[in-house]
Design a protein around this ligand. Structure first.
Ligand code: SAH
Length: 403
């Protein structure tokens, strides 16, 4: 096995069980490991730190499989056990949904691997050299551990390029998935297109927030005797819109710039039998739309802002912060007294503190007083590995307008 020796002091993060070795931390590689090959990582003084997968093209040069050099990580059993453990940890969610993340990369000890389950159809993303090299083993283990009908690969994310990997889309194991997979989440039906949809087809990570939206709508109806009037910005295939309707919203206006997403959202609404008259679908740019709604004197009981990742890296934080501020400010201006703003950011580069500051700035500029009555994050199938804080990316706030 080839050794990767770290520079002096660069062993510290590994001793604290952080699973990444950056290219800048490497002193010497004792050979030319192939992409994804298992290497042994040593401190500058020769102290063994663990075994990882080598990524020659990535700035994350090694992703650790384990911190014990005596483990046989190349044994197929090693991967199988980790996959079984990952699948088992998500079992309890089946009472609420048949759309779950089964493997969440580093958190499951499978760096760079994402696996989502849509009613027994698994969709994979191989985002690092180590899991890429072992994809056939992984596909077979997944079929078995999850009792899956098929494994479909959506390894077409931008992150692949940074790892020096080619794009790949297609069946890896089992049967070809249907054009649309029917999922049910907390009583709401959605059709998921795993070939063309964002990520692996659906924003599984927003489950808890969609349920919160459903509850808020139901509470509102119970309290006031009327259904709320909601605006869902960046609605994609209707996630929050349908959750709000399920909760008893009177009217939901949904905005997205993608005609394709809106068409799917409409079809999803029909699948649930929701009253078409109470739902408006608008193909527009949210930034301009919010301004026009304000000029038109519109107001809402609830506004959802769940935009795409505005900051793709630390370099884009400032510009992204301005964009978040803009939509939050203009979203807040549309809310009635007692209204709610459900606002999110999935930019890893913008942490919880900064997001809160940006939203606070928007509240101040809007001249409002607001309480954060709930805080959101990704669901329990996207756990945060405490030794790898980079895994936290999604955050959200439920703001209540006090004046
Ligand atoms: N809330 C959704 C996920 C949102 S994904 C859910 O729970 O399923 C982000 C969406 O924003 C995408 O559908 C994309 O088409 C849309 N989008 C991106 N930029 C936009 C813009 N400037 N105006 C309107 N929609 C935009």
């Amino acid at each position: 096995m080839i050794d990767v020796v770290l520079k002096k002091g660069k062993e510290r993060s590994l001793l604290r069980r952080h699973p990444w070795v950056y290219d800048t931390a490497v002193q010497r590689v004792g050979g030319a490991p192939a992409s994804g090959e298992t290497v042994r990582v040593l401190a500058f003084d020769g102290r063994p730190l663990g075994l990882g997968a080598f990524s020659p093209a990535s700035s994350i040069r090694v992703r650790m499989w384990c911190f014990d050099c005596s483990v046989d990580v190349d044994d197929p059993l090693f991967l199988r056990r980790r996959i079984e453990a990952a699948v088992e940890a998500r079992e309890a969610l089946l009472t609420r949904t048949n759309a779950r993340r089964l493997v969440f990369g580093e958190a499951d000890g499978l760096p760079g691997l994402v696996v989502d389950d849509y009613d027994g159809w698994l969709v994979t993303q191989f985002q690092a050299a180590g899991v890429e090299r072992r994809r056939d083993e992984i596909a077979a283990a997944l079929m078995q551990a999850a009792g899956a009908r098929g494994v479909f690969d959506r390894s077409d994310a931008a992150t692949r390029t940074r790892e020096g990997l080619q794009t790949r889309v297609g069946v890896l194991a089992g049967d070809e998935p249907p054009q649309l997979i029917d999922i049910v989440e907390d009583g709401v039906r959605y059709g998921v297109d795993v070939r063309r949809g964002h990520k692996t087809g659906f924003y599984i990570d927003q489950r808890e927030s969609r349920l919160a939206a459903q509850r808020i709508a139901a509470d509102f109806l119970e309290r006031t005797g009327r259904g709320l009037r909601a605006l869902n910005c960046f609605c994609y295939t209707g996630g929050f819109s349908l959750a709000l309707m399920k909760g008893g919203a009177q009217e939901v206006v949904s905005v997205d710039s993608s005609a394709e997403a809106l068409a799917r959202a409409r079809a999803n609404a029909a699948m649930n039998g929701f009253d078409d008259e109470r739902m408006r679908w608008v193909e527009d740019d949210v930034f301009g739309f919010l301004r026009r709604m304000r000029d038109a004197g519109e107001s809402f009981d609830l506004v959802v802002l769940d935009p795409p990742k505005f900051a793709s890296s630390h370099y884009h934080v400032e510009r992204a912060a301005r964009a978040y501020k803009d939509i939050n400010l203009n979203g807040l201006r549309l809310l009635r007294l007692g209204g709610r703003l459900l606002t999110f950011s999935c930019s890893g580069a913008i942490d919880v503190d900064l997001f809160q500051k940006i939203v606070a700035g928007a509240v101040f500029d809007a001249g409002r007083t607001a309480w954060a009555v709930e805080r959101f994050g990704a669901g329990s199938d996207h756990p945060l590995l405490m030794t790898c804080p980079e895994g936290e990316y999604l955050k959200g706030l439920d703001l209540l307008m006090r004046d």
